[in-house]
Structure formats: C-alpha cells, structure tokens
Design a protein around this ligand. Structure first.
Ligand SMILES: Nc1ncnc2c1ncn2[C@@H]1O[C@H](COP(=O)(O)OP(=O)(O)OP(=O)(O)O)[C@@H](O)[C@H]1O
Ligand code: SF4
Length: 287
C-alpha cells in the first residue's frame, strides 16, 4: 500500500480539502489525519460507527505527596521550568511541568513521583473494510510528533485491501510534520500563491528534501494571484520538482466543505480541477 502525504507549510492552503477529494477519488480504504493539533478530516468523511478510542500518554508529570513533604523548597529551587508553586502547600503546575524528573531526584523526603499523563486521544474508525485513524492532542500538551507516529501506526494496524493510503498532514515544518513524512512514499505539497504561501512552501520543500522523499507540488486558489502562481511554477521548473496542477478559487469549495462534503461530491470548478491533480499525482506515485 503506497502512502501519500498531503502537506503545505502554511496553514489553511487547502490540504484537507484536497486530501478528502483524493480519498473519494481513490476510494481509499486507509486514511489518516495527522494534524493532531486541529484535526478536521473527520468532519468530511462519513462514519456511522463509533471509533475505538485509546489514551495517548505524552511526557510524565510530577506529583507531590503533601503528607510526606517536609517543605524544604528544594524542588521549587531546582525546577528550571518554574513548575512548582508554593501556595498553601507545594503544588505542580502541570502545564509548566516538562517531566524532567529533577524534583523527584532532589526531594530528600521521597515525596515526589513521576506519573504518566494523558496528553491526547487516538481514534480508529474501522468497519472491516475501511480504516481511518485520527487523534486529538490535549491543549497545552507537547510531543505531538510521537502522537503523529502513533496515528500512522494505528492506520496500519488493521488489514484493509487498498492500493493507496492518504494522509492529511499538519501545517508548519516542526515535529508533527517531520514525524508524518517519515516512511511515506510521496509528499504532495499544496501551495497557495501568496507571499507567505510561497515562503512556507519553500520551507516545506527543503524539509521534505532532507528525507529524500518523492515530492510533487500543486497550487490551490491559483487565480487569487496569477503573478505568484507563475513564480511557483517557475520555481518548480528550476528545482526540477514535478508540478501536478492547479485549482481555482471556488465558492463551491467553501459550500461543499461547510456541508461536510468533498469538492468532488458536488458539481464545482475546483472539483473538476482536482481530478486532474489527482490523476497526475497517482501517475507519479505509482510510476
Ligand atoms: N479552491 C478553493 N476555493 C475556495 N476556498 C477553498 C478552496 N480550497 C479550500 N478552500 C477553503 O479554505 C479553507 C481552508 O481549507 P482547508 O481546511 O482544506 O485547509 P488546510 O490546509 O487543511 O488548513 P489547516 O492548516 O487548518 O489544516 C476552508 O474554508 C476551505 O473551504
Ligand atoms: S523537595 Fe520534596 S520535601 Fe522538599 S518541598 Fe519539594 S516535595 Fe517537599
């Protein structure tokens, strides 16, 4: 099963819009939403059954047993994250605690232990034929890269008969994006013809290149700035990056997404354009 990851660098360029259209066009039986900070692919894909839910444990957090505490202040003085507060008793600010364990180490009374903490939830939808893996990171939790790796593992943990798996990535070039790139067969970059769109596109191209992963570029909302669209096409030519097509700005796309549909579920110009982008992308993926 070939894995295609949809990325963009900049947020809001249309990754989910395009990934969901690809899922429909490919009739993909395996797909995943790796945008764990703000997942939204589940809003467009149709599932009647409840997902299997699993807690995701991120960094451990310190816990103080106040009965054992002798109020020596060692933990507070040594915590470089300022996560220990003295109110009525010594308390842990769980948002600030990075789980380094120094407080447990310095406490002379053995009053502190490090406890696993729930940092999010993994959800696997599976009906025997199709699998959809997604997750939600808890507000203020880190280690999103590890959660992304688990989302992909969950998707692969069930057997489905599919040539292709479509993965919706997260914006940016940080940990969750890097975790999503590892092991995929190809990255489709959705560019937007704005100044920040071009700048972020170049950053994600450079990031993906470090992995040596096959890559293709498409432009969404291309007619919002024809000048910049030409710049992106030229850049692809200069850097010898396959350009797989462009999709116009379309009020039909907004209508489809707002109604929980993909752009290929309704008759609209972006839906027609994405079919060409899909065909070119699949030709590259399976070449
Ligand atoms: N071709 C288009 N024409 C008009 N609007 C579009 C088009 N493509 C996407 N949109 C709209 O742009 C918005 C962002 O799209 P989408 O959620 O697919 O982007 P994203 O890159 O996945 O965002 P995020 O960075 O939050 O993951 C949505 O409101 C969507 O309806
Ligand atoms: S180091 Fe241990 S004994 Fe000292 S204040 Fe902190 S919890 Fe209490």
């Amino acid at each position: 099963m070939k894995q295609l990851l949809v990325l963009s660098g900049k947020g809001g360029t249309g990754k989910t819009t395009i990934a969901s259209a690809f899922i429909k066009l490919a009739d993909a039986k395996a797909y995943a939403d790796c945008d764990v900070d703000a997942p939204n692919l589940h809003l467009i894909t149709e599932w009647n059954n409840e997902p299997e839910k699993t807690n995701y444990y991120g960094l451990p957090k310190a816990k103080i047993n106040i009965e054992m505490c002798i109020e020596c202040d060692q933990c507070r003085q040594n915590c470089r994250f300022d996560a220990i507060k003295l109110n009525k008793y010594y308390e842990i600010d769980t948002f600030a605690c990075e789980g380094c364990g120094v407080c447990e180490y310095v406490c002379p009374a053995g009053a502190i232990i490090m406890e696993p903490a729930v940092a999010g939830e993994l959800m696997l939808y599976f009906d025997g034929e199709r699998a959809f893996s997604t997750a939600k990171l808890k507000m203020g939790s880190g280690t999103s890269g590890k959660l992304v790796a688990e989302v992909k593992n969950k998707m692969k943990s069930v057997k489905v008969d599919s040539d292709v798996a479509i993965i919706d990535g997260s914006p940016g070039i940080g940990c969750p994006v890097i975790a999503s790139i590892s092991g995929v067969d190809m990255v489709l970059i959705v560019a937007e013809p704005s100044i920040s769109g071009i700048s972020d596109m170049e950053r994600i191209i450079n990031t993906a290149m470090k992995f040596g992963t096959k890559m293709a570029i498409c432009i969404n909302k291309y007619d919002t700035n024809i000048e910049n669209t030409k710049k992106i096409e030229k850049l692809c030519e200069e850097r010898k990056l396959p350009f797989v097509g462009k999709i116009p700005f379309d009020s039909g796309a907004v209508k489809a997404i707002n109604n929980g549909k993909t752009i290929v579920d309704i008759d609209c110009i972006s839906g027609t354009a994405v079919k060409k982008v899909y065909q070119n992308t699949m030709n590259l993926l399976f070449e």
